[in-house]
Design a protein around this ligand. Sequence first.
Ligand SMILES: Cc1cc2nc3c(=O)[nH]c(=O)nc-3n(C[C@H](O)[C@H](O)[C@H](O)COP(=O)(O)OP(=O)(O)OC[C@H]3O[C@@H](n4cnc5c(N)ncnc54)[C@H](O)[C@@H]3O)c2cc1C
Length: 413
Amino acid sequence: MDRRRLIAALGAVPIALALGGAKKEPKRKDPPEPRASRRRKGAKPPAKHVDVAVVGAGAIGAWTAWHLVRAGLSVRLFDAYGAGNGRAASNLPSMMLDPVQGGDALYAALVDDSRDAWERLSDSASLPILTPCEAVTALAATDAVADSRGADRTTGERLRGRFTQIAWRPEEAVLHAAKGAMIAGRRGVLETILDAQIECEDIVMPAPLRDKKQGLYRLPDGGTAQNLVYATGAWLTELFPQILTPARLSAVRQQVFHFGPGQGDTQFRPPAMPAFVDRAYGFNLLPDVEGVGVRVWKSAPDASVDPDSFDRRADIDAGARALADARQWIAARLPRLADAPVVASAAAHDCRTSTGDLLLDRLPGQDRVWVVGGAAGRAFALAPAIGARVAAHVQDAARPIEPRWALARLTGV
Ligand SMILES: Cc1cc2nc3c(=O)[nH]c(=O)nc-3n(C[C@H](O)[C@H](O)[C@H](O)COP(=O)(O)OP(=O)(O)OC[C@H]3O[C@@H](n4cnc5c(N)ncnc54)[C@H](O)[C@@H]3O)c2cc1C
């Protein structure tokens, strides 16, 4: 071996030793691919002549359109301000699906179908639409609960160990449901419309204009529809002022405050924290999801408003009544949040009928025009089942109206 080859061979020894002795590097996984495009099939351009024009793209209108499309009907969906607009009652970030519905069997019967529909939608969406959580209702002394389906009747005392964040009153009666849920509000509406594969058109629909010759309803852009569904909530009064006077149906204001727990504090998030309907004190609470804080609002509205023009800021000046009341309630019920800052707030409207029930009926003298709205405080979460009922009426004109939802209950005729 010549000198050069000897040096080269000696030089290689430590390297070979080092290589032989070295631990094998763990094989690197390929980095994840960027997400594939999940764009759904684009909505078909709307036909000008359709079986049904649905007016109002809030939760009820969106789900009505969804069911009608699934039933094979041609549908157009209109909204004066666009889908998911900031004036709609459905625009809040989150809503409660309360399985108990205050023990009212008529509404409790809508819960399961609605829950399944939101769950299916949530499973196909990129971000969750439905977040499961438990739900508790603290009953007022005068509450007579006819139907506590889906919930156990218990006492606050017994739930003390399960929900340590809540200060229970001695002996208070409570309904505890394992299968409550929170539904994403605005996102839920937009996702429903996407899933229905229709487009929401920014069209302001006036009161119905019937073309007697053709037996069809005229639409503002020259199109026609065989049936009209006005799912315009609080705007029904504006559209049909003779029938739906403000005494019968109105927009009412409620102020919403989000209290922010401290860093890393997860006790106010599901599954630790339930949705809480406090009938004893007249407050509601949704747990903290997506870091938006615990949402608190009073059950009773504080004013009647015009849904087009009222200011959607909550009153948070020092001494503001609504905030002071919410704080007082928080301090009494969730003492660990007594000093939590308000991280978001808003004023929102709901649509209330004089009976507190949903309105779902034909417009008098127009057997192919439907009006739907109301059911304050619960219509968002129940919108899949309400939309299914509206779609069933459109397809079967002889289907009897639910007496509690009849227009006559509001008008007295
Ligand atoms: C503080 C607060 C908390 C609530 N919490 C809950 C909850 O936890 N769970 C729950 O289920 N519900 C809750 N609600 C109730 C819920 O927000 C409403 O019941 C629900 O969103 C009503 O939906 P909607 O489709 O009937 O009406 P909206 O969402 O108001 O939709 C009506 C649509 O009609 C459109 N429109 C009006 N006029 C016309 C026209 N002429 N032409 C075209 N479009 C028109 C409007 O632009 C609007 O988009 C709450 C309400 C408030 C205020």
